[in-house]
Design a binder for this molecule. Sequence first.
Ligand code: C5P
Length: 219
Amino acid sequence: KSHIIVAIDGPSGTGKSTTAKIVAKDLGLTYLDTGAMYRAITFAALEKGIAPENSSGIDQLLRSTRIRFDDQNQIVINGINREKEIRGKQVSEAVSPYSAIPAVRKTLTEWQREIASERSCILDGRDIGTVVFPHADFKFFLVTDLKVRAQRRFLECQEKGIAMTLEEIEKNLAERDRIDSCRATAPLKKADDAFEIDTTQLSIQQQVKIIEDRVGVVA
Ligand code: C5P
């Protein structure tokens, strides 16, 4: 098949992006980090002091903010590389309320569909298999014990020089999952036809292999 869409959804810190990046490289797909898009809008809103409740401010922000990924897949907001900022504590703690705003979801969903219409993509997020691409060729849903997720994310933050304690990270993951699952628009939810993978006991290589074995045949 010449054009395929692979959806990887799941709660925060289940290894979606690490896995998706490797699968993308191995199978020659474009990787799209949809969480980075929500983080970017959040960063821009915080920078301008626009609260999630301020709907005209949010509309104006969506019209005026330019987001793109550079050739290293790092996020560029209005011409400035903000990769480190969007992964930090401030954005991580604010992102879920902004992601629940219907206008934000509409804009980012359209953008995701547009990018993926032109090339084969693997997208990771919360609503890819349910809302953005309900007819995706492959859907995966990753789950992992909270303690293990927090530990993995903690090591990742240390590597990137992001200052967050293990306790802060665990609290943040649990809180984001709660808000992301409870929102009215496109909540975090496994699509009925998604293949669930519990990564608690798996290495990155193992979870990559499970996905590639299913996708690889057609890609
Ligand atoms: O994937 P990541 O953890 O970077 O996502 C950050 C936040 O962006 C999530 O907690 C969620 O609120 C939001 N998000 C979303 N829909 C997506 C991807 C991310 O609502 N498809």
